[in-house]
Design a protein around this ligand. Structure first.
Ligand code: HEC
Length: 156
């Protein structure tokens, strides 16, 4: 019995090692002029929230924790990044036209206000990403102000 147990452990370990050779691409691109920090004047208090709570899935610059690089966790992380960036990529903010920006800001407001974002699976592991009611208000107020600013620049 003990021998079988040892063989099973050995095989599982072998599978685990093999999995490590199938890694998704690392999401660490250059910060360009299209990044939202280079596009909008954003207060530092809001910048920190976006960075801590959103950028890992919604930018080209993910800050990986050590175990995020280990399969199969790395696959799950990558799935979130790919799906997250498809909806919203703060690194490509400059590529959006004014209407799309205003609409994205509205979506951000909705997701944050309804506590849908950041994802629960994420905040369980990233304490800094957990937004207090105050921080939610700060972020939502910022989306409204920025949306209004963009709208008024349209009518000029
Ligand atoms: C752990 C990864 C992760 C984090 C962190 C995260 N998101 Fe997302 N986000 C996703 C994924 C995946 C989707 C697409 C699928 C979905 O809606 O669940 C998404 C979708 C969205 C959408 C589009 C929703 C829609 O259906 O219109 C918005 C807006 C958004 N996120 C904003 C944010 C903001 C703002 C933050 C930070 C406060 C944030 N997200 C943090 C993964 C993440």
């Amino acid at each position: 019995m003990r021998k079988i147990f040892r063989i099973v452990i050995f095989i599982l370990f072998g599978i685990f090692i093999i999995l490590q050779f199938f890694q998704p691409e690392t999401n660490r691109g250059e910060v360009t002029s299209n990044h939202i920090f280079n596009q909008e004047a954003i207060p530092d208090t809001v910048k920190i929230l976006l960075k801590n709570a959103c950028f890992d899935c919604h930018s080209n610059q993910t800050n990986y924790l050590w175990y995020n690089k280990i399969a199969p966790v790395s696959w799950l992380v990558n799935k979130h990044i790919v799906a997250g960036k498809k909806e919203l990529n703060f690194s490509d903010w400059g590529k959006l036209n004014a209407i799309d920006k205003v609409s994205a800001l509205g979506d951000i407001y909705d997701e944050v206000e309804r506590k849908k974002m950041p994802l629960k699976e994420y905040t369980a592991m990233h304490k800094k990403a957990k937004l207090s009611d105050e921080q939610i208000k700060l972020l939502c107020d910022w989306t409204e102000e920025t949306g209004a600013k963009i709208m008024s620049s349209l009518s000029e």
